[in-house]
Ligand binder design. Structure first.
Ligand code: SF4
Length: 317
């Protein structure tokens, strides 16, 4: 695996460093984002915030703006909090347990940073590793079992490279569909390949059926301003982000005409969202007037941004 990794690994910006800050940043970004999509964000983020100190000193709004488009904004928020913790500590913790204490860091990230930045013998388990291990051992893909097997295989001298090799194999060779078994460095020991059962591992769980949900947003404009509400600072999802109001926020609103519609998916929910122009009601509830020309400088939810795209020709009408 290590020989194969040394020869075949992709040249990725976070592989050119042992800096725990850069490695931690890349691991957080890659949690929900593909490598190709993460690279420009990683480079931009690192250029603006090259170390924990600069990130800790930044305003949250700027951190969120640089993150905008990557989604799952709790990651950016937690990174900001973690940077403040590290600044207080004076240096990035160099033990697995201490890394695990940082906000937003779970088993996977702690093991990745500990092994890659500090050469500590902790095996990582992500979706790629689950797929490789479950095929190699014809195991169902249960995380505990995979963690146990991976821990036994881990190269104690180069744990960071071993972990990256496992993930690289899953990302480039042991693909979910049609794995390139002829190119696989561990093909000879793969039980799934031996019986031609690669696609049966890991065993799939039955997924819940997607739900279709209709929603209606209101575009309420006056003198270059639009009504919007802000998610509370302690909200579990997208805290601090601005949203366009719906009926629940403005019960007295009177819809005037439909401006456009779009689709938006969140986990198993498929939203069909319509944007309607409406007149300003007497009571605004939690909504506030935002200057339309300054919206670019605010953290807007993806739904808000999609709505702006759909109705842009009507703004200022
Ligand atoms: Fe995956 Fe094929 Fe390699 Fe087995 S032989 S680990 S199925 S790429």
């Amino acid at each position: 695996m290590l020989k194969w990794f040394d020869a075949q690994q992709r040249d990725l910006p976070w592989r050119r460093t042992k800096d725990p800050y850069a490695i931690w940043l890349s691991e957080i970004m890659l949690q929900q984002t593909r490598v190709a999509a993460a690279i420009p964000y990683f480079e931009r983020f690192l250029a603006r915030f090259p170390n924990f100190g600069t990130l800790a000193a930044a305003e949250e709004e700027e951190v969120l703006r640089l993150w905008a488009g990557l989604g799952y904004y709790y990651r950016a928020r937690n990174m900001h909090k973690a940077a403040k913790c590290v600044s207080e500590l004076g240096a990035f913790p160099s033990h697995y347990e201490a890394i695990l204490e940082l906000p937003g860091v779970g088993d996977y990230t702690a093991a990745a940073v500990a092994s890659i930045a500090f050469d500590l013998p902790h095996a990582v388990v992500d979706g790629n590793v689950v797929r490789v291990i479950s095929r190699l051992f014809a195991a169902n893909g249960d995380r505990k079992q995979v963690a146990h097997l991976t821990g036994q295989l881990l190269d104690r001298k180069r744990p960071g490279d071993f972990n990256q090799a496992m993930m690289e194999l899953g990302a480039t060779v042991c693909l979910p569909q049609k794995p390139h078994c002829l190119l696989c460095p561990v093909g000879k020991m793969c039980q799934a390949q031996e019986t031609g059962a690669q696609n049966e591992f890991p065993v799939r769980k039955i997924r819940a059926k997607n739900k279709e949900i209709e929603r209606r947003l209101f575009w309420i404009e006056r003198s270059g301003k639009v009504l919007a509400w802000q998610r509370p600072a302690d909200a579990r999802l997208m805290a601090g982000f601005w949203e366009l109001p719906e009926k629940e926020h403005l019960p007295e609103v009177a819809p005037a005409r439909e401006l456009g519609a779009f689709r938006h998916g969140i986990t198993v929910h498929n939203y069909r969202i319509k944007v309607w122009r409406a007149a300003a009601p007497v009571q605004f509830g939690n909504c506030q007037w935002l200057e339309i020309r300054k919206l670019d400088h605010l953290p807007l939810s993806t739904i808000f941004k999609k709505a702006l795209n759909v109705i842009s020709v009507f703004i200022g009408d």
